[in-house]
Design a protein around this ligand. Structure first.
Ligand SMILES: [Zn+2]
Length: 719
């Protein structure tokens, strides 16, 4: 590893170790190599170019389409003591000239720039006079014409290769399926560079998809039960629905604001800024909102309408939980979404090829909604991520397995009803005929005399709709947009109608209410609440003074770690994730004094002398996630490349926090646990401290120290 890179990671950014591919990517870039980096949101993508920019000589240029966010990105780097600027249309001429001078005099390390600005001859000539350390092309999927983030300017970025052949280029994106990946490599002239694909899994996001009954009420219940004060994004398909939903949430007491491309620029800016700078704001938005949003503590993403593809779904839900804390991706969808999207596709003026690909993408999305197996597995499989587990333990289908029913008979009835009525009607009429509703429309068409009239009284109207929805999703039924959404049979139906095939469908169910409901992102115990609020208040105050978002001062992860580990000295504070030299100098004293105010309360001890040592809170949560995903301790240790002992320390902490029971971790009969508990109890002093060596000896060495510590953690929690 480049020694400078390691030092910068610790001293400037306040992280103790690189994650995943970061180290390889950074080493490659420092050595001057091009690369394409696919890394999930929250995976530490920006470090991959920021560190090489600091190590290499000259100024690093970050190309990003997200003008509105550049100021915050520059602020965040400035907080870390890094000299950064941006060049875009929001600067006055005077400011732009100043920045240009800094590019030339070599004092600048990082320059953010919009692609349209970069492509101006004036900018190209400016950069040619300067020493450039690295080009980072962020949001690289914008070159893809298939994606909804397509930016024409990105197509011209191959100019970098022609004009700056000796400057390494890193293209980065948080998502790209195989096809988009090829497009990026080709259009940016990166065919010969390395491709780094990090696992796409976001274990802290809980995926839940449920059928729609009354979308707004379901959303309200979800928010009230699980995210009453949290920041989040609600996605809707239309501008009208965005506005009505935002108003409705406001009326219900939520701090919600609308965001879509039809709102005046000023309003959009104000709403985005509130989302970034205030706590607990909900943005209700079309897909126009969110790309590149750096806010780490978005606790939920809710979809009231079906996204157009799995890729969009992954990208949009990926905006939740960038800080690695538990977050929810929640969605309702129904028959109407399926019909609407199929119609939109058929109506579009696009080429047949384009429609075909869009069609496949929609099919995959519907597939994801209807599966009864693990959602995460399906999602990762879509991105060819091979690290697939068959049971993630953190999606609705894993937490509470969906039931299936043999729908062969019902399906035949549903399909023949389409056939008998001439393939000219939509769902409500078909259901009326099946259920024998003798209404005007039925009479008008003489459908009370078709053979399928009234043969479906065994199922409710909702159940029939569910059958049709799933048949459309599976491609047995096609929606004809030219015939007002009439249902038509496809070739796929034949075997079913001839009785050569059986079919089982998903049973729609009442929505899962997460068992972890009360455990929102910030699982703060009652006794810590005051300190937590005090730390947050201090952060908000500092952020307001400087006009920056609170997370730029310190993220929730840092505050949480301060609360849990109670650093008392500058040196200890430096060991907290996200605290580097610059932030220590700026805020160290202020936060240490807040911590000191709370340090005299009775039960509090600093964790800096316990075994968890310099390890990170993030790290133990990861071990917890893996355990919950069904792995045992040796497997987790192998997966994470650390000693089993370390994993036990993590899990011990989870037991201590009440996140786990001892039996989740240790596979022992209960009699053994009782024996250990007795021995521990016998060796505790008046202040409930228990040394393990005498316990180990009392038990004749029958149990390892790791096992003993886990049981001790649970005992101490109860005492
Ligand atoms: Zn799962």
């Amino acid at each position: 590893m480049d020694i400078n890179a390691q030092k910068i990671l610790q001293n400037t950014f306040g992280f103790s170790e690189f994650r995943g591919h970061q180290e390889d990517i950074i080493n490659g870039a420092i050595a001057g190599n091009d690369a394409l980096v696919l890394m999930p949101t929250g995976g530490g993508k920006s470090l991959c170019y920021q560190i090489p920019m600091l190590v290499r000589e000259g100024v690093g240029v970050v190309i990003s389409p997200l003008i509105a966010l550049m100021e915050d990105q520059v602020n965040a780097l400035t907080q870390l003591g890094i000299k950064a600027r941006y060049l875009n249309s929001m600067l006055s001429n005077e400011e732009a000239r100043q920045t240009e001078r800094e590019v030339l005099d070599g004092t600048l390390k990082v320059l953010y720039i919009a692609p349209e600005r970069l492509l101006q001859p004036r900018t190209i000539s400016l950069l040619q006079q300067a020493t450039i350390s690295l080009f980072a092309i962020d949001e690289a999927h914008c070159v893809s014409q298939w994606g909804h983030d397509f930016r024409a300017d990105y197509l011209h970025l191959n100019i970098l290769q022609e004009q700056f052949p000796h400057v390494p280029r890193l293209a980065l994106t948080a998502t790209a399926d195989t096809q988009t990946r090829q497009e990026i490599l080709m259009r940016l002239g990166l065919q010969n560079s390395r491709v780094f694909v990090s696992g796409f899994d976001r274990p802290n996001i809980q995926y839940r998809i449920t059928h729609r009954e009354n979308g707004n009420q379901q959303l309200l219940r979800f928010l009230q039960n699980e995210h009453p004060n949290d920041a989040g994004i609600v996605y809707c398909l239309s501008r009208k629905k965005v506005e009505s939903t935002a108003e409705w949430l406001q009326a219900k007491g939520f701090n919600a604001v609308p965001y879509h491309a039809g709102l005046p620029m000023e309003t959009r800016k104000r709403h985005q800024s509130r989302f970034l700078r205030e706590d607990g704001v909900i943005v209700v938005a079309t897909i126009a909102f969110g790309m590149g949003i750096d806010k780490p503590d978005v606790r939920f993403v809710a979809h009231l309408d079906l996204p157009k593809s799995v890729e969009s779904y992954y990208q949009e839900t990926g905006r939740a939980g960038r800080d690695g804390e538990p977050s929810t991706a929640w969605m309702v969808y129904g028959l109407q979404d399926v019909i609407k999207l199929k119609n939109m596709r058929a109506d579009s003026q696009a080429s047949e090829e384009f429609k075909r690909i869009e069609h496949q993408r929609l099919e995959s999305m519907l597939g994801l909604c209807e599966i009864t197996s693990c959602r995460r597995e399906a999602l990762l499989h879509y991105f060819d991520d091979d690290e697939v587990k068959v049971h993630c333990g953190n999606c609705d289908n894993c937490i509470s397995p969906a039931e299936r029913w043999d729908a062969t008979d019902a399906t035949r009835k549903a399909l023949s009803c389409i056939y008998r009525t001439g393939q000219r009607f939509g769902v409500s009429h078909l259901v009326d005929v099946l259920r024998g509703q003798d209404n005007a429309k039925v009479k008008q068409h003489g459908h009370q005399s078709v053979s399928t009239f009234g043969i479906g009284n065994d199922l409710s109207a909702d159940q029939w709709k569910s059958v049709y929805r799933q048949l459309i999703a599976r491609g047995h039924v096609q929606v004809d947009s030219e015939a007002f959404g009439a249902f038509k049979l496809t070739d796929k139906c034949r075997a079913l109608l001839r009785g050569e095939e059986t079919i089982s469908l998903r049973k729609d169910r009442v929505e899962l209410r997460s068992k972890k409901a009360s455990r929102t992102s910030t699982h703060v115990s009652d006794q810590d609440k005051e300190l937590w609020e005090a730390l947050r208040a201090k952060r908000t105050l500092l952020a307001k003074e400087q006009g920056v978002p609170p997370y730029i001062i310190f993220g929730d992860v840092s505050l949480m770690e301060m609360m849990e580990r109670r650093p008392a000295t500058a040196k200890q504070l430096l060991m907290v994730t996200g605290v580097g030299q610059s932030k220590l100098e700026k805020y160290g004293e202020v936060f240490l004094s807040v911590l000191a105010e709370f340090s005299d309360s009775a039960s509090v001890t600093s964790s800096f002398d316990n075994e968890l040592g310099a390890d990170k809170v993030e790290s133990y949560l990861e071990s917890l996630a893996l355990l919950k995903a069904g792995m045992d301790v040796p497997m987790i240790a192998k997966q994470r490349g650390v000693k089993e002992k370390t994993i036990y320390v993590h899990l011990e902490k989870c037991i201590q926090e009440g996140e786990l029971e001892v039996l989740d971790v240790v596979q022992l009969p209960e009699e053994d646990i009782d024996r250990i508990r007795d021995a521990l109890f016998a060796n505790s002093d008046e202040e409930n401290r228990i040394k393990l060596t005498p316990v180990f000896e009392d038990l004749g060495g029958a149990f390892t120290y790791e096992v003993l510590s886990c049981v001790r953690a649970e005992l101490l929690r109860e005492l």
